[in-house]
Design a protein around this ligand. Structure first.
Ligand code: NAD
Length: 487
């Protein structure tokens, strides 16, 4: 193992522009997934900490909203620059927190967070309403912030999630209390620290730690105007219901079981690369993964053989070594969940092509696993696994594969690999999914909306549409007189 940088945070929470500790909260150990060692410890927010964070966000609202969009945008863009300058240190923390290899975190986490801060910072000055002529009278609309927003994160992309929620919220003039996943509490604190360094007034972006109960306390508070959650469908239902009780705005980025469809005429290596990116990146812990790989009969065996060949390029080991390209599961619990699914796949009769077990390493490493001859009714084809398990299913016709691809309560993503571009557009046109790719997979740049339909979510992150989800329009009707009345 390489020398491991010290990832211990200055304190558990970041509120009102400073680190705050309250050791009365339940301890939350930070486990390095590559060794199973406890590398840091934070404490869950007590009710007093939750109150302090919400009060800080509430108190910061007026000043932040009164600033010009250009001023807010400058701060966000400065934060983006700082994140890029510190990319290596931030990536090391992300690697220690999640176990994802440094080779990945160096290009996909703080950099993605910075992209979001930069892009929403860039459009903050251009937010505007419209002017509508109504004969003699006229009306205008004003785009206003919602107020205090709560962000709740999952553990797979902690920095990215903290920024994908924070950047559009702050650009629109809202303030935020962000609760990272209890499994990965470290990086959001760095995002908060950097925003203050870049000039964000105290209280604009706060971070509190905790498990579901802390999330629920935030969601239920009367001061909160909006909740954005990234997490599983069961958590999404609970948070959505709690937010509905207070008629709060929501964005829900939830789970998936997305189809990746490979037609006979696809470029074989591109399709295999897409399936690698859509099943094994971040050791499969990506919500939009294309875990149901539908293979047309003519390409099936060549695809599977090429996949096995390409997986020889997997390098597991110390995630801090930049040569490592495949990390452990985020936690022992997640490793056991995935092992359970692998066992189910075998038990229900899927053909294990490669992988299927733990790697001979300390920590929570699982081998990349490929099942073939998977049928639609098997558990591994129906439930989200959130690990490095690819299920290959056979198909013959376009009509058949579209119906089977859509036969799921999820609707996050989907992809088609084909050289026939009209077929590519025709098929994604009928996929019930929020984020689709043609001859690509899992590319989610900040410029375009990302999110799910059906049970996979509500609302979109990224793209201009995110502004709609973090602001509301006030309509002002201007009567030019005289005022008419019936009597
Ligand atoms: P999870 O649902 O267990 O937890 C998500 C977050 O919600 C955590 O911070 C947790 O503490 C909090 N939480 C739990 N119960 C709560 C409650 N009652 N009230 C408020 N907050 C509560 O999810 P996870 O295991 O951290 O992440 C994995 C899941 O997230 C997968 O289903 C994955 O597909 C999904 N995910 C979706 C996206 C996306 O953008 N669509 C991205 C990443 C992960």
């Amino acid at each position: 193992m390489m020398g491991r940088p010290d990832a211990t945070p200055k304190a558990s929470h970041f509120i009102g522009g400073e680190y705050v500790e309250d050791t009365a909260g339940d301890p939350i150990p930070v486990i390095y997934p590559a060794t199973g060692e406890e590398v840091a410890r934070v404490h869950a927010a007590t009710p007093a900490i939750v109150e302090r964070a919400l009060a800080a966000a509430d108190a910061a609202r007026a000043e932040w909203a009164a600033m010009t969009g250009a001023e807010r945008g400058r701060i966000l863009r400065r934060a983006a620059d700082i994140m890029r300058e510190r990319n290596r240190a931030l990536s090391e923390i992300e690697t220690i927190d999640t176990g994802k290899p440094l080779q990945e975190t160096l290009v996909a986490d703080a950099t993605s967070g910075a992209d979001s801060l930069e892009w929403f910072g860039g459009i903050a000055a251009s937010l505007r309403g419209e002017h509508v002529r109504l004969g003699r009278d006229w009306a205008y609309t004003v785009r206003e912030p919602l107020g205090v927003c709560v962000g709740i994160g999952a553990w797979n992309y902690p920095t990215q999630i903290a920024c994908w929620k924070g950047a559009p919220a702050l650009a629109c003039g809202n303030t935020m209390v962000f609760k990272p996943s209890e499994t990965t509490p470290l990086s959001a604190l760095k995002v908060a620290e950097i925003l203050v360094e870049a000039g964000a007034p105290p209280g604009v972006y706060n971070v509190v730690q905790g498990r579901g109960d802390v999330g629920a306390a935030l969601v239920g508070d009367a001061r909160v105007a909006k909740v954005s959650l990234t997490g599983s469908v069961p958590t999404g239902s609970k948070v959505y219901a709690a937010a509905a009780a207070g008629i709060r705005h929501v964005t829900m980025e939830l789970g998936g079981k997305s189809p990746l469809i490979v037609f006979d005429d696809a470029d074989l290596d591109d399709a295999v690369s897409g399936a690698i990116n859509g099943n094994f990146y971040s050791s499969g812990q990506v919500c939009s993964n294309g875990t149901r790989v539908f293979l047309q009969k003519g390409i099936k065996e060549a695809f599977l053989a090429r996949m096995v060949e390409r997986l020889k390029g997997v390098r597991m080991g110390d995630p801090l070594d930049e040569a490592t390209n495949f990390g452990p599961m985020v936690s022992e619990a997640q490793m056991k969940i995935v092992e359970g699914y692998i066992a189910k796949g075998i038990e229900e009769g899927a053909r294990l092509v490669t992988g299927g077990g733990r790697a001979n390493l300390p920590g929570y490493f699982l081998q990349p696993t490929v099942f073939a001859d998977v049928t639609d009714d098997m558990t591994i084809a129906r439930e989200e696994i959130f690990g490095p398990v690819l299920s290959a299913l056979d198909f013959e016709t376009e009509e058949e594969v579209i119906a089977r691809a859509n036969d799921t309560p999820f609707g996050l993503s989907g992809a088609v690999f084909t050289r026939d571009l009209s077929r590519g557009h025709r098929v994604v046109g009928r996929l019930e999914a929020g984020s689709c790719w043609i001859n690509a997979y899992n590319l989610t740049p900040v410029e375009v909306p990302f999110g799910g339909s059906k049970m996979s979510g509500v609302g979109r992150e990224n793209g201009l549409v995110a502004i709609e989800h973090y602001s509301e329009l006030k309509t002002v009707y201007v009567g030019m007189g005289p005022v008419e009345a019936a009597y």
